[in-house]
Every structure is written in C-alpha cells, then in structure tokens.
Design a protein around this ligand. Structure first.
Ligand code: PMV
Length: 310
C-alpha cells in the first residue's frame, strides 16, 4: 500500500483577474486533505488499473472509464509520464475531506495526491513543476482557461504569489495571519462562472480590463502588506478586492450578508474566495475574535467553518 496526500487551498487575492494575467495570492489549506493509495490486486489481469473512489461510490477499470473522467486522466497522464510498468495489476483509491465546488481546490488536491501516490509506488520521483503541469491538464476539464493557480499552490504546498505562465514566488509573511473560512453551502461552479466572466469581458473589454488591473494592483500591494505583517492593510485590501468582484458580477446576496456579519464582529476584512457566487468566504481576524465570528457566521447559516493560521 502506498498512501500519499495533498492539501486543499484558498485564494486570498486575485481570483478571476489571474485568468487574465494579473497576480494573485493563494495558500495551501493543510487541515483538509485529499488522499490516494495504491494497492496491488493479485488476482486481476496484469497491466490492469482499477479506479476506486468510495466517497462517491465509483469504481471502474481505467480503460473502461470515460475519457473525460478526471481520475482516468490524471492516472493515465502520470503512468505515461513515469513509464510505469504495471505488473501486477493495481488499484488507485482516492478519498477527500475537501468539500467539492466550494473554491477549496478539491479537484486539484485529488489529482496531486494521485500523482504523488503513483510516483511513490513506482519509485519514480517527479519534480514539482512537472507534477503541477500534469495536474493542470486535468484542471482544463473543469474549465477551458484555468490560470494554473490551484495546481501550483497545492503541488508546491506553500503560500504563493502567482502570475500565470511564470514560476510561482514564495509569499513572505511577517507574524501570523488568522483566517476564518466559511462555506456558504451554495455551489460554486467554476467552469460556468469563469465562462460568464469571459462573456462579459468579451462584451466590454475596456471596463473588465480596468477591473482586472485594479485587482492585480491590490494583489501586488497585498504582497508588501503580508511581508510587513500589516493586518489592517491586508483587511482593507480584501474589502477592496471584494468590491471589484461584486462589480465583475461573481458575488451574491448570501455572500454579501456573510461578509457584513464578519465585518460587524470586528474582522479586519472579508471577501469571497475562489470562483464565487457560492462556495467559501474568507475573513482575516484577530485571534481573540475568532470564536465570536465563527459563532456569528454559523448563526447566519454557513455549513462549515475552519480557522487557519499562516
Ligand atoms: O477553483 P476555484 O473555484 O477556487 O476558482 C479558481 C479561481 C479562478 O480565478 C476563478 C479561476 C482560475 O482558473 O484561476
């Protein structure tokens, strides 16, 4: 048995604009993980690979699975990449604690865990940049123009300052940042929302390019604010980023209500995180205020909260 795992993730600044070449900031979320394990199946024909995802009651032979199935795709890409010789047959089993369609990177985390488990099982190490490229190929199934931020932050497993097509930069942080993440319980369909933003951009490029540029400037200023440990500035920048996300059309009344709840309880700043519409919100808080804010958000109807320190 060869187990491997990968963290979830959350985006602090720059979602959507990052698709259009602007910088963004993201963190791994290590308290929620996806796991993959490889087991030998002695009685199955040589060369066979079985996919097994008990969480969703899915089991299939690799060669019989739908070609657009993300599990099939990442397993096949990895086996090809490492020139794996499959004898005896194996089972690739995956499970995940990361809620799906919530902006927490569950798809990229599952893919990353699979890449790692297969590399370990076949004793073929793969450099991080290549792992990230393989996971990116699968991200394309979810939407046609992924920025690559999810696969990058999850594979590198560190806070990143990210610009599409460039090597990720490690994000410097002074002191400690305490975030509360809360799941609205409403789905966030990344493919659909990114598609809507693209259509809106095509109709009015100059307005949308201005929004994206402004978001990019916020992410850039935030890089200096995190390096300085300036919590008030980071919070203010989160609020400004949220206003622009609202103008882009990816927020919702539910999200706005929850953000107001967090701010009214004294949060430094709050915004949606990920594709938006539903999914998670994120708020930067003083550690001493976190219990009050968690309770207020739960009362306001969120289905999951997590406190994370970076
Ligand atoms: O996968 P999500 O929901 O965390 O959103 C990804 C972030 C976007 O900027 C909206 C899309 C992308 O490819 O970067």
């Amino acid at each position: 048995m060869t187990p491997a795992n990968a963290p979830g993730k959350f985006i602090l600044f720059g979602e959507h604009a990052v698709v259009y070449g602007q910088p963004a900031i993201a963190f791994p979320l290590r308290q929620l993980r996806a796991t993959a394990r490889i087991d030998i199946i002695p009685d199955a024909p040589r060369g066979h690979v079985r996919l097994h995802a008990p969480d969703i009651h899915y089991q299939a032979w690799l060669h019989e699975a739908n070609e657009e199935n993300p599990l099939r795709k990442i397993v096949q890409l990895t086996l090809d990449e490492i020139h794996a010789h499959i004898s005896p047959a194996i089972e690739v089993q995956v499970s995940s604690e990361i809620p799906v369609a919530s902006g927490l990177g569950s798809g990229a985390a599952v893919s990353t865990a699979i890449v790692r488990a297969l590399c370990q099982h076949f004793e073929q190490p793969l450099e991080l940049a290549r792992q990230s490229e393989l996971v990116y190929e699968v991200e394309k199934i979810h939407h046609g123009t992924p920025s690559g931020i999810d696969n990058t932050v999850i594979v590198y497993d560190q806070p990143i300052y990210y610009i599409r097509g460039r090597q990720p930069e490690h994000l410097a942080i002074s002191g400690e940042l305490t975030f509360i993440l809360a799941d609205t319980g409403l789905p966030s369909n990344t493919g659909q929302i990114v598609g809507n933003v693209r259509r809106a951009w095509e109709q009015d490029r100059s307005t949308f390019n201005t929004f994206f540029n402004e978001i990019g400037q916020i992410a850039e200023r935030a890089k200096f604010a995190t390096a300085a440990g300036d919590l008030k500035s980071i919070g203010k920048l989160m609020d400004e980023n949220q206003e622009l996300l609202e103008q882009i059309g990816v927020s919702s009344d539910t999200i706005s209500g929850l953000l107001k709840t967090a701010r009214d309880c004294g949060a430094y700043g709050a915004k949606l995180s990920g594709a938006g519409v539903g999914g998670i919100i994120i708020t930067l808080v003083q550690p001493s205020a976190s219990t009050t804010i968690v309770n207020a958000l739960r009362k306001a109807g969120v289905i999951w909260t997590g406190v994370t320190k970076v």
